[in-house]
Design a protein around this ligand. Structure first.
Ligand code: NAD
Length: 271
């Protein structure tokens, strides 16, 4: 169903790799709601992913950019404004990567140069994107910036490894930058804390199968899907949420406020 909530709005969407990516679903929904955007991803993802398919489907152009590289980000923002014909109304940061997770390195045995790399990609890149948007004065008033996060920033999930720390940092950047973006440019900045979702990044986490079914049983409404996340993001990009800012917003079927569920109790009750 489409409500034209984003009619006339222009944006940049980071992180669509394939049809399982949360950013892919968000791009599809934003398109349905009348928004226009540029798609971007790391140059390496251009070869691996299917982003061209999404670009054709949504009538979008693709500009490769490594989200840790300031020159790439500057170029992306300038070209996006040219292509879209004006300043930006919405930005999605849907980027995460930990070298320690990828290489199976335990949290008590981290390699610190890998940790620094993952922190730069997963958290600092959000600051870099916002700082470039801010200095270029590229955002329209009442624009909206959203990044995706996970509840391991608040509670420990042992196999989430150093990504937990990256997410805590990412959420803090949203609050800190949200203050200045709000005051100076009337732009809002939020993070959505999403349920475990079967994507390339998600499935890279050890024990993901157990993780996702446990969350499903612990959430009164069940896990939020990528499509649910897309719908929530559309609402945050729309004018219906103009004064929601500096928040970490849970899209998780109630998981974060559930102590234990009946299903989980039954599993652990001996007959
Ligand atoms: N899948 C889950 O369970 C889950 C849950 C909560 C939050 N999230 C978050 O959602 C976001 C999107 O992840 P996803 O699950 O859709 O997986 P995904 O693997 O489809 O997306 C991750 C994206 O990050 C991009 N990326 C990596 N390094 C980059 C760089 N240097 N520059 C630019 N882009 C780069 C990848 O190319 C990819 O497109 C991430 O922030 C992730 O942590 C995922």
């Amino acid at each position: 169903m489409s409500y034209n909530l984003l009619k006339g709005k222009r944006g940049i969407i980071f992180g669509a790799l394939d049809e399982n990516s949360i950013a892919w679903k968000i791009a599809e929904r934003v398109h349905e709601e009348g928004g226009t955007f540029v798609l971007t991803n790391a140059p390496i993802a251009m070869r691996m992913g299917k982003i061209k398919e999404l670009a054709e489907k949504t009538g979008s152009e693709i500009i490769p950019a490594d989200a840790t590289n300031l020159e790439d980000i500057q170029n992306l923002i300038e070209k996006s404004m040219e292509i879209l014909g004006g300043k930006i109304d919405f930005v999605l940061h849907s980027i995460g990567m930990s070298v320690n997770v990828r290489k199976g390195r335990h949290y008590t045995d981290l390699k610190y140069d890998w940790m620094t790399k993952g922190w730069d990609v997963s958290a600092v890149s959000f600051h870099k994107v916002m700082q470039t948007l801010y200095k270029t004065d590229a955002m329209n008033e009442w624009g909206s910036i959203v990044a995706l996060t996970y509840m391991a920033a608040q509670r420990t999930f042992p196999d989430y490894n150093d990504m937990a720390d990256n997410k805590a940092y990412l959420e803090s950047i949203a609050r800190s930058f949200g203050y200045f973006f709000g005051k100076e440019k009337k732009v809002r900045v939020n993070t959505i804390s999403q349920s475990p979702t079967p994507t390339t990044a998600g499935q890279g986490v050890k024990g993901f199968g157990g993780f996702i079914s446990y969350a499903e049983k612990m959430s009164p409404l069940g896990n939020a899907t990528a499509l649910d996340c897309a719908n929530y993001t559309v609402s945050l990009f729309s004018d219906l949420t103009k004064r929601v800012t500096m928040q970490n917003l849970y899209n998780d079927g109630g998981f974060s406020n559930t102590g234990v569920s009946q299903e989980v109790i039954e599993r652990f009750t001996e007959e």
